[in-house]
Design a protein around this ligand. Structure first.
Ligand code: CDP
Ligand code: MG
Length: 695
């Protein structure tokens, strides 16, 4: 392990210049947490910085088509503004107030908090909707939902008529769905002048957002609402953070998980009470760190006694989420190890120390190789500042950056790149097409995607048979694919299973692909996990293996013990059953007849190929190291070690996704016959293009 600073021995440096770092001004002496757990909910609400702006916000929303609210994380934007709107009557007369979030977990967490503050049952006046989960009722007045779900709602109700106000929250994250939503809402506004938009975020270049929403007053509108200003209003909520001391490592660290764990122990040993928030990248990292800390607790009682270690990532069960938000018991110190969900979406009370690995998991798409990767990549300075800010909510805090100051100053990018500029656009294009936006390149984007990515997406959609020669959705296939809330490749696979007579099997595969993993985390139990996987492993690959696991789960009577014994994640399997049921209903509505192909896996593989032909790969015959090349772009890829086909290396496969570490690894693969490629995608593998057979 690399060298470390030693808290206490090194002089802490307070960095307050723009060059170097962060200074959070103390604007108000009172802290919301001074009364945490004691003050009445009403008192807590009134102490939030946003409370002072209640009247201003309501006035601006009343008089402006668009209001941009910028305010430090934790100032109360998400939980308070929808309540203010409701109190002011924006939910009267059957109208609904919507608040979107990029993350599912944040949707659930804020909805449950607001229901609690209002003293109502979640799902009634305050509800939420995320994909495959709807907790709303006809009486819902405030609805939290992901930006992706709101986009889907537009397919049935293009003008989103039931909403009086739509608050697009966390706009600074610039998720792909947020960007599409912003473009579409701008269009809707012209048709529905009574609709109010609130764009809110922690850090936003409010000016560029404002320029984006600058709309010309249309004729007729003047008469409709003469007092309505079309210029967006900008409101900045004064922050209330405390000073945060920034510490950097002296030398780069080689293993940030180990470094994070050591730093937790150092803080616990040397620093006064206060919770610790650690930013790692994903479930695997986080579980590894939790395990290391738990082992430490076992081996060395003294150094870690009093630590409560909790993971935080999407896919946690509700019970696990509640632990995160519950106050830390006296004499204990909570350590929350999180993805960047805790960067701005969620506020944890009581955090005084932040450990920032400097990384997050990000999507990157390369239109030349046509590969979308999930990569652990460096964060931006803007993110680093946000992360540090989490330490200053309750009282002055400290942030330990697991990278050097030199790196921060000279190498970190100032801002992140909007997701739309680093994503595969297949889903995005089909959604816009389904909403009747034909000229996608000419669409009014907050940030334009690259024409190359757009062309790639159009090409794949054309080959899937969902777009015609004029780039319009085909009937019925194109419309049906758009109707299913999944990646178009998976939707196509489901629809084609109808003719192939294997819809039962394919629905199961689609459901499993919708969740992260059905296996328990592999950290430290790789051998046991491999053995368990072998019990279900199918020569046809991971997708067929899922069918064996699903069958076993049903035969066990959906038993949690059975899952435990087989290293299968019980909660994940319950979700699979639930998602599958919803997909079954959608598929049947679209005319898919339920049919099982029994043991004929040939047809299942063929259905998979009709969806995933664009991800076909061939084993390189002479390298003997398991190297594959993508058929279309000859990119070097390998089967992921977690796959049942790792080291088996069949000649022809398709993959579901790619993760990048030292190499590009294919996750969830299935064997195919090469002759199927031209059969199912003649345009994609056309005669004058690369011949899959001749590689
Ligand atoms: O949206 P913004 O970051 O401005 O703040 P918020 O999410 O509305 O949070 C306002 C306050 O509510 C913070 O003090 C949070 O700690 C608290 N809160 C909570 O205790 N539990 C939640 N599930 C959500 C928020
Ligand atoms: Mg918020």
């Amino acid at each position: 392990m690399s060298q470390f600073w030693k808290p206490g021995t090194e002089k802490p440096r307070l960095i307050d210049d723009e060059e170097g770092g962060v200074l959070f001004l103390t604007a108000s002496a009172s802290s919301s947490s001074s009364g945490y757990g004691f003050a009445s909910i009403e008192k807590q609400r009134q102490r939030l910085p946003v409370y002072k702006y209640r009247t201003a916000i309501l006035y601006l929303v009343e008089t402006h088509a668009t209001t941009i609210v910028v305010g430090e994380t934790g100032s109360g934007k998400t939980t308070q503004i929808p309540q203010y709107l409701k109190e002011a009557g924006w939910a009267d007369g059957g109208r609904v107030i919507a608040c979107t979030q990029p993350r599912r977990l944040a949707v659930q967490a804020v909805a449950s908090r607001v229901a609690e503050e209002m003293g109502v049952k979640l799902g009634e006046e305050v509800g939420y909707t995320i994909r495959f989960e709807d907790a709303t009722s006809t009486g819902t007045l405030i609805k939290f939902l992901t930006d992706g779900v709101l986009l889907r709602e537009m397919m049935d109700d293009p003008l989103l008529t039931k909403y009086s106000v739509i608050m697009v929250d966390e706009a600074h994250e610039r998720s792909i769905s947020t960007d599409i939503l912003l473009g579409l809402l701008k269009k809707i506004q012209r048709r529905r002048p009574e609709l109010r938009l609130i764009i809110s975020s922690a850090t936003i270049e409010a000016k560029s957002m404002s320029a984006f929403f600058q709309t010309r007053r249309r004729r007729g509108l003047q008469d409709a609402e003469p007092a309505l200003a079309m210029e967006p209003a900008i409101l900045s909520v004064e922050g209330r953070g405390f000073n945060v001391q920034i510490h950097y490592v002296e030398d780069p660290v080689s293993d940030y998980i180990q470094a994070a764990v050591s730093t937790v122990l150092l803080i616990h040993d040397k620093e006064p009470f206060g919770d610790i928030l650690v930013f790692l990248t994903g479930q695997e990292d986080i579980e590894a760190a939790v395990k290391l800390l738990t082992e430490e607790a076992r081996d060395n009682r003294k150094s870690s006694s009093g630590l409560i270690v909790l993971p935080l990532y999407s896919g946690l069960s509700r019970a696990e989420q509640e632990l995160i938000f519950s106050p830390t018991p006296r004499g204990k110190r909570k350590v929350v190890i999180s993805t960047n969900i805790a960067e701005t979406s969620l506020t944890l009370e009581g955090v005084v120390y932040v450990i920032d690995s400097g990384f997050s998991k990000q999507r990157f798409y390369n239109p030349v190789s046509d590969i979308e990767n999930l990569v652990v990549a460096p964060i931006s300075k803007a993110s680093a500042r946000q992360r540090a800010g989490r330490a200053g909510r309750v009282r002055p805090g400290k942030c330990y950056r697991l990278y050097t100051e030199e790196y921060f100053v000279n190498e970190m990018a100032t801002e992140g790149i909007p997701e739309i500029q680093r994503s595969n656009l297949v889903s995005c294009v089909i959604q816009l097409k389904a909403l009747g936006i034909d000229n996608i390149l000419g669409f009014d984007w907050p940030a334009s995607p690259s024409p190359e990515s757009m062309i790639r997406a159009l090409e794949v959609l054309y080959s899937l048979g969902v777009l015609d020669d004029d780039a319009k959705l085909t009937a019925p296939l194109g419309f049906q694919v758009a109707e299913i809330p999944l990646d178009p490749m998976i939707s196509k696979m489901i629809l084609s299973s109808n003719q192939l007579g294997c819809s039962e099997e394919v629905l199961t595969i689609a459901a499993v692909l919708s969740i992260q993993s059905i296996w328990v985390s592999s950290r430290g139990i790789q051998k046991e996990l491999d053995e368990a996987e072998l019990r279900f492993a199918a020569a046809e690959g991971d997708l067929v293996t899922f069918l064996n696991v699903y069958k076993g789960f049903l035969q066990s009577g959906k038993s949690s013990q059975w899952c435990h014994k087989n290293y299968i994640n019980y909660h994940a399997m319950k979700k699979v059953v639930d998602i599958r049921e919803q997909l079954r209903r959608i598929a049947q509505r679209l005319g898919v007849t339920l049919k099982s192909c029994d043991k004929d896996m040939q047809v299942v593989r063929k259905a998979v190929t009709t969806g995933f032909f664009a991800n076909a790969c061939r084993l390189e015959p002479f390298t003997h190291n398991g190297m594959y090349k993508t058929v279309r772009t000859s990119q070097e890829v390998y089967i992921h070690p977690s796959s049942v086909l790792f080291r088996v290396n069949p000649k022809w496969i398709v993959y579901h996704s790619i993760v990048s570490t030292d190499r590009q690894y294919m996750r969830n693969v299935a064997t195919i016959e090469p002759s199927w490629l031209r059969e199912v995608a003649p345009h994609f593998y056309r005669q004058d293009g690369p011949d899959p057979m001749l590689h």
